[in-house]
Design a protein around this ligand. Structure first.
Ligand SMILES: [Zn+2]
Length: 376
């Protein structure tokens, strides 16, 4: 009996640890199953988000905005990027309406290009100066709304950051979304050149910024040379890098402001970093930012739909190891519904975490069908 007991005890003592291990494994499996279920039910769209850019007119009624937001939500949109002309009051009015439609809200702002900015307009010296000495204040390049500020001057930079802060303080906003966070285009997208009857095979002085006294003297302090004296500033890497860093400095400070206010920082950028660097002096893979939405607008560059996959993949690869997600921007005008479907699939296949459509009101019924039917 005693022997029997001791054998039972021994067997039990062997069995107990095994049971303990099994119960731990079962518990872990159970918890992870619950977590997986929760993840799916709580936020089905976390893995692939659909956004759209929209511009808000303060004169419109709440009911009209609500109708627009409801339409987006009913068609599968998760987030709206709202351009309020950098007006925190209008944004605060729209956030509850968008939230009612279950939409995430992002405060889209014109950053370095500030058309119609009443405060900036009181300071003509804040505006960027071209290599041929023209100010965007009274002689803008390409189009009337190109009112680029100097990104280096303490006062113009502080003004831009105060606008970021105003939007970041609005309750319920998920991110401040920087657009035109770059220099004016030194090269326009090739598809747009005929419209302006332009040939841009070299960096032309008319479109090369900023050669104001502050930019030149700040550059001279570091590099002991004056870019105005350069025979070919396009091949002066210090001058190029200085300008990339002026843009980065604004972004990095905006990031701190957004995060201090419990918000994220996102940005609309050029298709992929080298292209952004080449065309508008923007190197977004080096920024402090939470998410980038490259405007991979194939028609602007005379590219086919498959290029959307290429540019998306390039950006995703350049962000590897960084805590930045990429959502592909798609320009819907001129696209067939099938094109839109292909573009979404290509973005997803190449590592984007979502797509954003430009812009909401331009999306056709046929395109909505495709967007609504998209399975994530
Ligand atoms: Zn300047």
């Amino acid at each position: 009996m005693q022997m029997e007991n001791s054998r039972v005890m021994r067997n039990r003592s062997k069995a107990y640890p095994r049971l303990w291990v099994y119960s731990v494994i079962l518990t872990v499996l159970y918890i992870s199953t619950i977590q997986a279920q929760q993840k799916e039910t709580v936020s089905t769209h976390e893995d692939f988000k659909l956004w759209t850019w929209i511009t808000a007119d303060a004169k419109r009624s709440d009911a009209s905005f609500q109708e627009e937001f409801d339409k987006y939500a009913a068609n599968g949109i998760d987030a709206v990027l709202i351009n309020t002309g950098t007006d925190p009051k209008l944004l605060a009015r729209l956030v509850p309406l968008a939230k009612k439609s279950q939409l995430e809200v992002h405060a889209w702002m014109f950053t370095v290009n500030r058309p119609g900015d009443k405060i900036a307009e009181q300071h003509p010296e804040w505006y960027a100066i071209s290599r041929d000495g023209k100010s965007t204040y009274d002689d803008p390049p390409y189009v009337e709304y190109y009112k680029w500020l100097c990104p280096t001057r303490k006062e113009s930079k502080a003004h831009i950051l105060s606008l970021v802060s105003g939007l970041a303080k609005v309750e319920g906003v998920t991110s401040v979304h920087l657009d035109y966070i770059r220099y004016s285009d030194i090269f326009l997208p090739i598809g747009l050149l005929p419209k302006y009857n332009l040939l841009q095979d070299i960096e032309l002085p008319r479109y090369d910024f900023c050669y104001c006294d502050v930019c030149v003297s700040e550059f001279e302090k570091i590099h002991h040379k004056n870019p105005k004296n350069s025979e070919n500033p396009a091949i002066d890497m210090e001058w190029k890098n200085f300008r990339l860093n002026q843009v980065k400095a604004i972004v990095d400070e905006a990031y701190v402001i957004a995060h201090t206010n419990g918000k994220q920082l996102t940005a609309a950028v050029f298709p992929y970093p080298e292209m952004a660097d080449h065309m508008v002096r923007q190197r977004w893979d080096k920024w402090d930012v939470d998410a980038v939405l490259p405007m991979i607008y194939n028609s602007f560059y005379n590219e086919e739909i498959d290029w959307i996959g290429y540019a998306t993949g390039q950006g995703v690869s350049d962000l590897k190891g960084k805590n930045v997600v990429l959502h592909t921007g798609i320009y819907v005008p001129g696209m067939s519904a099938e094109d839109v479907s292909t573009a979404i699939q290509l973005a997803k296949k190449n590592g984007a975490k979502g797509v954003s459509f430009f812009d909401g009101p331009a999306i056709t019924e046929g395109q909505w069908e495709v967007i609504k039917g998209f399975t994530r």
